[in-house]
Ligand binder design. Sequence first.
Ligand SMILES: NC(=O)c1ccc[n+]([C@@H]2O[C@H](COP(=O)([O-])OP(=O)(O)OC[C@H]3O[C@@H](n4cnc5c(N)ncnc54)[C@H](O)[C@@H]3O)[C@@H](O)[C@H]2O)c1
Length: 257
Amino acid sequence: MTGTGGISLAGPVLVTGAASGIGKAIVGRLTPEVAVLAVDRDVAGLARLHGEFGDSVHAVPGDLMEANAIDDLIERAWDLAGSIRGVVNCAGIYPVTPMLEMSIAEWDQVLALNLRAPFAVMRSVVQRMIDAKVGGSIVNVSSSASRLARPGIAHYGASKAGLNQLTANAAIEWAPHGIRVNAIAPGLIATENVMKYARAAGQAEHEAKLARIPIGREGQPEELVDLVQFLLSDASSYCTGGVFPADGGLTLGIPSY
Ligand SMILES: NC(=O)c1ccc[n+]([C@@H]2O[C@H](COP(=O)([O-])OP(=O)(O)OC[C@H]3O[C@@H](n4cnc5c(N)ncnc54)[C@H](O)[C@@H]3O)[C@@H](O)[C@H]2O)c1
C-alpha cells in the first residue's frame, strides 16, 4: 500500500488520540491511502473524523486509562482492518500542577495514559504481528518535556522520559521480529488544547515561551506528520529506538547570550 508522498506504508495504522490535535493531523496525512484505526475516548470526535476523512477511517472508541480493556480494544481494531502494520501512540494529557499540590490520583492518571497505555497497546499489537508473521513500525509521541524540566509538569515529564526509554527497550526486544519502534519529541505545538492553556496563562507568558524557541514560533500539528509518516514507512528501515526532536530547536540550549 502506498502512502501520500509516495512513501510506502505496509498497511493499516492504529492511531491513538486520533480525534483531535496532533493525532487528528496524523490521520489526515495517512488517509485515504492507508486505512486508519482511530482510537479515542471522544466518541463524537471520532464520528467527526469519519465525516471529514471518509471510510478509510475506522473508529475504535475506548478509554486507554483502562489497562485491562486494552487487549480487547486492539483485538477489535485488528479484526476491523484484518491486520495492523503501524501504530502511533499519541493519546496523552498534560495537566499543570505544582508537585506539592499534585495528588496521587493525578500522578497515576498521567502515568496511566502517557506511559502505561503505550506499553499495553504495543504489547497487544506486537503479539498479533508476531503471530501473523508480519513486521511493523511503531511511533510513540513523546515530548521535549522528556528532557526539559519545568515547574508543574513533574508527572508529565516523568511519563515522557519513561516513554523514551520504553521506546528503546521495545526497539531492542522486537528488532528480531522486524518491528521498529521510534519516538518523536515535539516542542510547543499549537493544538486547540495547548492554545487554551496559552490563552489562560496570558500573552506575556506565551511570548516568553516563544522567546526560548530558536525558530521563534510554535509549531503546527501538520509540521509533524511527514516525520511520523517517514518513521512508519520503509523509508526509515534502518531507524529504530530513536527519539526524533521536532521542537524548533527548543531543547538545544538557551537561544540568547
Ligand atoms: N501539543 C503540544 O504542544 C505537544 C507537545 C509535545 C508533546 N505532545 C504530545 O502529543 C500528544 C497529543 O497532544 P495534543 O496537543 O494533540 O492533545 P489533544 O488534547 O489535542 O489530543 C489528545 C487526544 O487524546 C484523547 N484522549 C485523552 N484521554 C484519553 C483516554 N483516556 N483514552 C483515549 N483517548 C484519550 C483525547 O480525547 C484527544 O482526542 C500527547 O501525547 C502530548 O503529550 C503535545
